[in-house]
Design a protein around this ligand. Sequence first.
Ligand code: MN
Length: 205
Amino acid sequence: MGYELPELGYGFDAVEPHIDSATMEIHHDRHHATYVANLNAALEGNGNLEGLSIGELVSKLEALPDGVKTAVRNNGGGHYNHSLFWTIIAPGGSGYEANASSSLKAAVTEAFGGYDEFVNEIAAAAAGQFGSGWAWLTKEGSGALKVEATANQDNPLMTGSGTPILGVDVWEHAYYLRYQNKRPDYVQAWLQAVNWTEVSRRFAE
Ligand code: MN
């Protein structure tokens, strides 16, 4: 038993040209698979943690035994973050105007002023994250939205900031084959592939 690598639900080439097929295959089958394998190995002998969803596990990071805390932070975070990441990109893209729910649009307008301003904020957060990490659209406990960035495989569940409903991976493994050092170009392309139907569903939870 243990945590399992989720199926993508679409082909590796499904989000071309924004994200290339080779990057998708390596990212899912090697990087994400390694986080899952390392997480399961680290949790062996900690039967009291069995049965927790990956979101529940990373949410209680601070309460975990010291012997597994770092492994859960890095590899559990990696598993949670990538599991979210695959679901919020869609074959053929899924435009914001046509697919975001009215309640999500209202919250985006309230928080940022509108979609274009949201794009500017998350692009700036992604560009400004030094080294590896993620930029997030986070739903706070109040229901309000905010943009933030975290290092490595940390995420808003771990920090208590809120629930991530969109996250863009800015580790070089997410973009280097096609975009090399041009992280901002990758982020703009990635935003064209966002599945706003799924982001709306997560916002409504
Ligand atoms: Mn990644």
